[in-house]
Design a protein around this ligand. Structure first.
Ligand SMILES: [Mg+2]
Length: 154
């Protein structure tokens, strides 16, 4: 199977057959599956926790680590597909609908190369204090990384 040759319906059917063969349908409820998605997402995030951007790139280039990351991503997707089966949600319709709504929310002319509205970027820059924090007491990712790397800064 590959993304180029596999439909979402085929993947949903494969997951449904796996679940049915074990008579796991009673356990695959919306509550349990939504929690399972979050749990598997956390397992995926664990591979990147505390890594610098450079270390993240290196992790993805390491064959063994990449395989573990792909395995966790598969867990997330499998639970998502099982949830769509359990709830009767058409994944393709929902994803394409959400993308269309996001097209309206994030017009290319305003968000090309940025993930925040230009006016919000300006406001956050002026709110930063000399320590690299902002009015909410949050610190930048760069500052947090520096603190993690240098215990004497804690
Ligand atoms: Mg897992």
């Amino acid at each position: 199977m590959s993304d180029e040759k596999t439909t979402v319906a085929e993947l949903r059917r494969a997951v449904a057959e796996f679940v049915a063969a074990r008579e796991w349908e009673p356990f695959h409820t919306a509550k349990n599956l939504s929690m399972s998605i979050a749990i598997e997402a956390a397992e995926l995030m664990e591979h990147f926790q505390w890594l610098t951007p450079e270390e993240t790139e290196a992790a993805l280039e390491d064959a063994a680590t990449r395989a573990q990351i792909a395995d966790e991503l598969a867990d997330v997707v499998i639970y998502c597909l099982s949830m769509s089966n359990a709830c009767g949600i058409d994944v393709s319709a929902e994803v394409s609908g959400k993308l269309a709504r996001n097209e309206a929310r994030f017009p290319v002319e305003q968000f090309h190369g940025r993930f925040r509205r230009p006016e919000r970027d300006k406001r956050e820059t002026t709110a930063k204090d000399a320590k690299g924090g902002d009015r909410l007491g949050c610190i930048s990712e760069a500052r947090a990384t520096e603190i993690v790397r240098k215990p004497e800064l804690r």
